[in-house]
Design a protein around this ligand. Sequence first.
Ligand SMILES: Nc1ncnc2c1ncn2[C@@H]1O[C@H](COP(=O)(O)OP(=O)(O)OP(=O)(O)O)[C@@H](O)[C@H]1O
Length: 805
Amino acid sequence: MSAEYNKRAAQAAPHVGNYRARGSRIVKQLRGDFPRAGVRLGSLPAFGRDARAVRTPPRGAAAPDRWDPQARTERDSGVALYTDQVAQYGAVEAGLCFGRLDFEEGGDDGGDDGGGSDGGDGPRYVGRIGIFDEEHDHRSLLVDWRAPAARPFYLATAASPDGVRRRRHIRTRRRTVVALDDEVLDLEAARESVHEGLTGEAALLSALSASRTGRMRDIVETIQAEQDRIIRAPLDGVLVVQGGPGTGKTAVALHRAAYLLYTHRRELSTRAVLIVGPNETFLRYIGQVLPSLAETGVLLGTLGDLFPGVIARRQEPAAVAEIKGRPVMAEVLAAAVRDRQRLPDEPLPITLETAAQGETLYLRPATVRAARERARRSDRPHNLARAIFDTEIVHALATQLAETIGTDPYADDPLGGDDAPGDGFLFDESDLAEIRRELRKEPEVLGTLDWLWPILTPQQLVAGLFASGKRLDAAAGLLTGSERAALRRDPAGGFTPADVPLLDEAAELLGEDEASKAALAERLRQARVAYAEGALEIARGSVSIDAEDEVENEILSATDIIGASELAERHEDGDRLTAAQRAAADRTWAFGHVIVDEAQELSPMAWRLLMRRCPSRSMTVVGDVAQTGDLAGTSSWDGIFAPYVADRWRLAELKVNYRTPAEIMAVAAEVLARIDPALEAPRSVRQTGVEPWTRPLDVAQLPKVVIDEAAEVGDGRLGVIVPAGRLAELGAPIADAVPDVVLGAEPDLEKRVAVLTVRQAKGLEFDAVVVVDPDAIVAESPRGQNDLYVALTRATQRLGVLEAS
Ligand SMILES: Nc1ncnc2c1ncn2[C@@H]1O[C@H](COP(=O)(O)OP(=O)(O)OP(=O)(O)O)[C@@H](O)[C@H]1O
């Protein structure tokens, strides 16, 4: 069988190799005009369906010396396409082909959807991308796992084989087959099945027992039927995926992103997909999954990243973040904006410099009030309503000035001056217009308008509000005095993640003015430079693919000739930024689909922001209300979505725990019962025979315990989860004594041992976990039991608990 597969793999693999080599060659041919530096790649074209695009070299590629501007643009497009594809093929090469389906005779028609590898009843190979044989009528050699033709690989069971006779899991190292797992789907197998409902049991259990690396792996080879249904659910509407720890919510969310991009490529490549995760460490942990599935057209970010131009990394107490997450903050901010629209107590003197030198006008409170009412009634956001306010005030001042200097004192005097008797008012409408124009240039007029109705950035509004007790008192009457006091802070030191929804709310209330449009243009320019740098890095990286090729090395690289910003400028016209890259710079971007992980942690204000980013309400929301640690987080999905979609959201549940063995889950289940006796723990898919241990905590012995536990998992990973308040105290001796250990704000999870708080460990997993001082973890937060539940469910093999006496 292995020989047969190798023959197949040999057929398929050279195609990939050829594409890579060809892409690499073309990149080099084109590189003559490409700079030397580094780009983050954006959205990439589909494989399989778009494979033909790979095969047509761009016009002009063969004549690099005489390119006119159009040819150069085409050449640049070619470079972008091929460099992307070189990177993409490289990313999927490991485990390129992982499955084979053999059908009963007449059991499958070979697929009218790009299905059977041979067509007819021949075996069908399933892999990370689709590959067609261009020399044989584009016959399918490898079916993309997302194609409908691959579905039986995930869904067929012995009880319901769907025409499948045998499912084979193929494991490869580089291009060599190293293992095969066969499942024959017949009634005999159905009777003997131990784990009802598992697909590809041997391959699954082998994946689950493998040592962790500090980076999440894709599960494309062993997706289970309950997960497959969620991954392939329709694009529209809000889909909530509720599941206990280790049920594969994150894995499912990421594979769903890849599936949606494949199936709805046109729609989503123009609108982009946003994935929101809880923190930077988590995003790094999952960062390899989509590239390994050949998808990079997705924007990954934390809540703190969702206000372009602001990096929100400042820390603050959980109780303060909770206040900021309350829905009432929308009203507080609206009041804060109104508070900045000033009303003077007495007439404001305005001395003119040019319109009527030395003349002093008086702006009466009643005039300001009327102008303010008019501007507010326009329902425009604050910055845009300023024009209405200005018009009203300038009109009032112009009339006042005209009345002062343009009234004929002799108009009523029959014996008066030359023009008497007559009209007392000497100015007509065009004179008044001229006066208004003049007044708009008067420094004191401008200063007064700015004072009465200042143009504000969201940053100024939010930072200004929290910096001033007076402003907080004026705007936050709906909060208690102590809550207002908790919000007070020094404006220096930046924003916190909980500020980001407030900044977004403020931006809505203030509106986009010219300054914010200029800021967006600048961010897009920076994104183009970053893109150009990345493209150049890929171009340069492609050299290594054929490093032995000495002739290639003699070609003068464009990276020697042109810089990234110059290249970026060249790209400005036919903007080559992907939707995801443009979306990253644009606060008002409407995403085609939004995926939220650890969604239970988000506050009502954060949901307001996310709903704005997704007006189509096409969302996948994954989480577990039993794991909510954030004080602003939720314990009910209904409460979150009712205001936006009423009851029109769908719930899907995952009930099998793939991570945590039954022995560990039994310990965690006791804590779950304390959170809510009605909650059901997910069913573990395996047992390890290793019982969790509990010992008294002896801080002096802690490093030794850590070293011993790390040794138990060989080259696997150990997580030591400690109370946040004891991180420094307990982390220091471990850091001193244990090799290859990490602790700190954004830990590198590839280290063998990581010392973390529960908040940092959320969503992560380790081969072994030591939970230190569980009582302190519980005592640290009103949601302490939830935190302990999270801590106890991070291990794939071993769990130890050190209890303080
Ligand atoms: N079908 C599968 N095949 C192989 N591994 C799987 C499968 N499903 C889940 N896993 C593995 O189980 C582990 C847990 O998955 P994941 O982190 O997605 O769970 P989760 O529900 O998000 O957990 P938590 O809520 O605790 O963060 C991961 O290592 C994941 O790769």
